[in-house]
Design a protein around this ligand. Structure first.
Ligand code: ADP
Length: 632
């Protein structure tokens, strides 16, 4: 076994590789860019070497600097992780040329699979079924268009050098072809420096099925079954699972055997993934699954395979790189249960999945219901320089339903603030009935997008959940009451003053109203609750601490200093819950203060035009029957 390893990567994958290396007694060396100076992978490695500026092209993509760092620290081998230089054959060659061990396949294998056209030709020759299409010697627009028509609409134009879902255009009709080709070529040229394309039949109801393969230097090559990565947004994987739902044993054997043939055709060593696309319009069938491409590295979603096979794939990588034989033969490998992974991104689904950056003031993930692979910890910052994936949540169950339940629990227990995440979106996708039935394809997310993006505003039940957290915690976030059972201790008609986006409400904690199950925390100024993956922040009125732990009895207070802009009710008036009592103007905004429950305005201290200090009592509502609706 190698004795020391440099990890040419960052984030969760660097941390994940370090974990296994450490368990095997291998010394670890991290590399880092300026912005990653204090990153988690740097903190947990035995040693760390700075390699340059924050943009990846100044650090994680500079091969010479990484090799120099390995030399400097006496590392024996380099593990590239995924992304960055992991599929760069020239870098792999340079690593070998400098006398280091490359934890990955031979540069020739990487090269053979590097371009989609050459790879497909090679695979077709090896007897692996490939997606019908044109592999483009002649790149003239006329020829491409003619070939596309011959394939039959719809077609998919793909950059031969493409990756990460970039450089692909679906074309439904001849009239749209030239525009799509131009834009695809432009994107390919700017992203990959190579504008050549292939044209493929666009597969209807496509499912993404991939097979984990593993080879060693002694001629052994096994597969570790399939994964289904059909849940994608813009051709990027979001939720992955193993085994594939609805895969029967005969089909599995056929596709896994094809993957092994593909890997053998390039004398594959180490961990690799053969990706297929399946036409699932009539379920998964062996004669409707075609080779798409091979990824010559460890995949993001490798943990689901680890969960169902019990194999540590990074351990196998290090053993194979050290010259050992594969630890298991094909017949020693079996599938146990079902595993699903969700990719947690720092992004805001409500704002078109815009990346969200900043400091993770609060960061807690549920490690009880499954495996968490992350590259960050509370207090760390998410920078705009790299991929916004901050963690992978991986659940394993006896069957798919159990895996879904556990992953849903993990997403529900995801507490990230103030950085936004897609946890609520993932939660909704996972619990969608169509996902539950296993009827998935790559169009699932696009089709259901509106249902999957969570409501940005909390409903009544969440307001009450937040009020309960405010009551159950003190200003130092110490528990002072049992969150579940606090109602018993609360006074009748207890209420808490909470604000959100300028609107303040006195939230009643009566018995009848439903309350969302939330977790959360509070300080003097705010309470933040987490529910089904979503974070909701509420401002706490300073007067909230009156009457013990934020409980006030229908007392409406000024949440901040301001001017009473208008008073909408009179003393003695009967009011309905949610009815606006008065309007406070503060910080150039108007804040409506509303009745916490049905009742009567028992006191009215506020006068229009008056300046009031924070916490001033403006009104008090006594509970009672609802007001008669006023005649129209
Ligand atoms: P990349 O290298 O950018 O990841 P892939 O060739 O792996 O590109 O394709 C990415 C995704 O695009 C697939 O998982 C699938 O969802 C979709 N896709 C690729 N080829 C086809 C096709 N012929 N028909 C329909 N969808 C496809």
């Amino acid at each position: 076994m190698i004795s020391s390893l440099l990890i040419a990567n960052r984030g969760e994958i660097a941390c994940r590789v370090i974990r296994t290396a450490r368990a095997l007694g291998v010394r670890t060396v991290a590399v880092y860019s300026d912005v990653d100076r204090d990153a988690l992978h740097v903190r947990i490695a035995d040693e760390a070497v700075p390699i340059g500026g924050s943009p990846a092209r100044e650090s994680y993509l500079v091969g010479e600097r990484i090799i120099a760092a390995a030399k400097e620290t006496g590392a024996e081998a380099i593990h590239p992780g995924y992304g960055f230089l992991s599929e760069n054959a020239d870098f792999a060659q340079a690593v070998l040329d400098s006398g280091l061990i490359w934890v990955g396949p031979k540069p020739d294998s990487i090269r053979a699979m590097g371009f989609k056209d050459a790879a497909k030709k090679l695979m077709a020759d090896a007897g692996v079924p490939v997606t019908p299409g044109y592999l483009g010697e002649d790149q003239s627009p006329e020829t491409l268009q003619k070939e596309a028509a011959a394939i039959g609409w719809p077609v998919l134009i793909k950059a031969v050098a493409g990756g990460g879902g970039k450089g692909m255009r679906r074309v439904d009709a001849a009239a749209d072809f030239i525009d799509a080709l131009d834009s695809c070529k432009r994107e390919a040229a700017s992203s990959f420096g190579d504008d050549r394309v292939i044209v493929e039949k666009y597969i209807e109801r496509p499912r993404h099925i991939e097979v984990q393969v593993f080879g060693d230097a002694h001629g052994n090559l096994v597969h570790l079954f399939e994964r289904d990565c059909s849940l994608q947004r813009r051709h990027q994987k979001v939720i992955e699972e193993a085994p594939a739902p609805g895969m029967d044993e005969a089909t599995r054997q056929a596709v896994c055997a094809a993957a092994v043939r593909a890997a053998k055709a390039v004398n594959y060593e180490g961990a690799g993934t053969v990706e297929f696309i399946a036409d699932a319009s009539q379920g998964l069938q062996a004669d409707r699954i075609w080779f798409m491409e091979m990824n010559t590295r460890l995949q993001v979603e490798h943990p689901v395979t680890e969960a169902i096979t019990g194999v540590d794939l990074v351990e196998w990588q290090l053993r194979v790189a050290s010259g050992e034989e594969l630890p298991k033969s094909q017949d020693e490998l079996a599938i146990a249960g079902h595993s699903i992974e969700a990719r947690l991104y720092a992004e805001d689904p409500a704002k078109g999945f815009l990346p969200s950056v900043g400091r993770l003031e609060h960061f807690e993930l549920d490690e009880e219901d499954g495996r968490v692979d992350t590259g960050v910890a509370e207090g760390d910052s998410i920078s705009p320089y790299y991929d916004p994936m901050i963690a992978k949540l991986v659940a394993h169950g006896d069957d798919r339903a159990e895996a879904i339940d556990k992953l849903a629990a993990m997403l529900d227990g995801t507490e990230v603030w103030p950085v936004k995440t897609n946890a609520g979106f993932l939660f909704n996708a996972l619990l969608h009935p169509e996902f539950g039935s296993g009827e998935i394809d790559t169009g699932f997310i696009e089709r259901h997008l509106d249902e999957l993006v969570p409501e940005a505003e909390p409903d009544e039940a969440i307001w009450r959940g937040a009020a309960a957290v405010a009551v159950a915690m003190d200003e130092q976030d110490e528990l002072v009451a049992d969150l579940a059972g606090f109602r018993m201790n609360a006074e009748p008609n207890a209420s808490v003053n909470l604000g959100r986006g300028g609107e303040f409400r006195t939230v009643a904690l009566d018995d009848e109203a439903p309350m969302a199950a939330v977790s959360g925390f509070r300080d003097e100024e705010r309470v933040v609750v987490f529910h089904e993956g979503q974070a909701y922040e509420f401002e706490l009125s300073s007067r909230g601490s009156l009457g013990g732990h934020g409980i006030a009895d229908g007392v409406i207070v000024a949440p901040m200093p301001g001017r009473v802009a208008s008073v909408e009710v009179t003393a003695g008036e009967r009011v309905a819950k949610g009815q606006r009592l008065l309007t406070l103007e503060a910080m150039k905004m108007e804040h409506g203060l509303v009745a916490p429950f049905d009742g009567t305005v028992a006191e009215l201290g506020a006068q229009a035009g008056a300046q009031v200090g924070e916490g001033a009592v403006l009104a008090r509502v006594e509970p009672g029957a609802a007001a008669e609706p006023s005649p129209a």
